[in-house]
Ligand binder design. Structure first.
Ligand SMILES: NC(=O)c1ccc[n+]([C@@H]2O[C@H](COP(=O)([O-])OP(=O)(O)OC[C@H]3O[C@@H](n4cnc5c(N)ncnc54)[C@H](OP(=O)(O)O)[C@@H]3O)[C@@H](O)[C@H]2O)c1
Ligand SMILES: *[C@@H]1O[C@H](CO)[C@@H](O)[C@H](O)[C@H]1NC(C)=O
Ligand SMILES: *[C@@H]1O[C@H](CO)[C@@H](O)[C@H](O)[C@H]1NC(C)=O
Length: 316
């Protein structure tokens, strides 16, 4: 009888306990009180989800924040919202479509002409599980947007970051990188394609690149970090009904976008993190990367192949 009563009450108890459990499970909180007056920041994909919350927090700290969005209208709306809540009116929207190298180059060109400095670059934008499709340049969408797009963007902005050192680059990757593999013979998914795996591969590429870039940037004053934000309630599941169901089923374990932004903020702001450049963080702590992600041979080869695909020199 008591058991039955308990069982009947369980959903109710769970419902009441949800905020507490959620808090317990999302332990990573960025506690830095670093302020950013005079600092310049770019957040890609800042019109929604984790990127929006990251941008809001950085604006709160007084930085000039560029929201780099493919949909300028959505971006403007969010900029107004952030300006209203933070009182910081230096929140600017610029067009950036990471699925089009022309757009990336135009964005960088205007930014470089407009701004003397860049202190923090947050490569946050991402797509997950979209049906097979290609970017304007013929790259498979996941590898094209999540990896190659940010690769080119980082390349174009790197001198400015160096000139503004100490500066930081944060790459939003994912736990999903553990399932990723770099199939050099099928980088564009033309021989076989799985939407779920394509996402994992591109997120592995993020981790590999962070490490390779960190090796190349030693001594430059620019440091780089990759991040797993947690499992976060956002629009990322928009292409997959299955994922939306999973997110609902495991709702207790899902972070809010504001909680999801914490590790990106931690890596962008925490003092004394420089010696860990190239590392991967989750819940505001160092975390394990997959064996593939630690393989320097794969990292170098991917670097060279990416430069080749984008028509860049390999020694940057
Ligand atoms: N949510 C999670 O559980 C989770 C877990 C691990 C990693 N992550 C990573 O966290 C990052 C942020 O994701 P989120 O969860 O906040 O997802 P989201 O709500 O879907 O936000 C993704 C952002 O990326 C932008 N974007 C997509 N394609 C773009 C393109 N071609 N050019 C420019 N911007 C583009 C989107 O713009 P539009 O709104 O215009 O489409 C949106 O602003 C991603 O890199 C994702 O891989 C998320
Ligand atoms: C972030 O990831 C992109 C895509 O993999 C890569 O091109 C870029 O160099 C990385 N940047 C950092 C700082 O890791
Ligand atoms: C790295 O990957 C290459 C190619 O897949 C493999 O031959 C090599 O053994 C790997 N190295 C390590 C240290 O795992």
């Amino acid at each position: 009888m008591v058991v039955l009563l308990l069982l009947l009450c369980l959903p109710f108890i769970l419902y009441l306990a949800t905020p507490k459990i959620r808090k317990m499970l999302s332990s990573g909180v960025c506690t830095s009180n670093v302020q950013l007056p005079g600092k310049v920041v770019i957040v890609t994909g800042a019109n929604t989800g984790i990127g929006k919350e990251t941008a809001k927090d950085l604006a709160q700290r007084g930085a000039r924040v560029y929201l780099a969005c493919r949909d300028v209208q959505k971006g403007e709306q969010v900029a107004r919202e952030i300006q209203a809540t933070t009182g910081n009116n230096q929140v600017l929207v610029r067009k950036l479509d990471l699925a089009d190298t022309k757009s990336i180059r135009a964005f960088a060109k205007d930014f470089l002409a407009e701004e003397k400095h860049l202190h923090i670059l947050i490569n946050n934008a991402g797509v997950m599980m979209c049906p097979y499709s290609k970017t304007a340049d013929g790259f498979e969408m996941h590898i094209g947007v999540n990896h190659l797009g940010h690769f080119l963007l980082t390349h174009l902005l790197l001198e400015k970051l160096k000139d503004s050192a100490p500066s930081r680059i944060v790459n939003v990757s994912s736990l999903a990188h553990h399932l990723g593999r770099i199939h050099f013979h099928n980088l564009q998914g033309e021989k076989f394609y799985s939407a779920a795996l394509a996402y994992c591969h591109s997120k592995l590429a993020n981790v590999l690149f962070t490490q390779e870039l960190a090796r190349r940037l030693k001594g430059s004053g620019v440091t780089t970090y990759s991040v797993h934000p947690g499992t976060v309630h956002s629009e990322l599941t928009r292409h997959s009904l299955f994922m939306r169901w999973m997110w609902q089923l495991f709702f207790l374990f899902i972070k809010t976008p504001q909680q999801g932004a914490q590790t990106s903020l931690y890596c962008a702001l925490t003092e004394g993190l420089e010696s860990l450049s190239g590392s991967y963080f989750s819940d505001c702590h160092l975390a394990w990367v997959s064996g593939q992600a630690r393989n320097e041979t794969i990292a170098r080869r991917l670097w060279d192949v990416s430069c080749d695909l984008l028509g860049l020199p390999t020694d940057w």
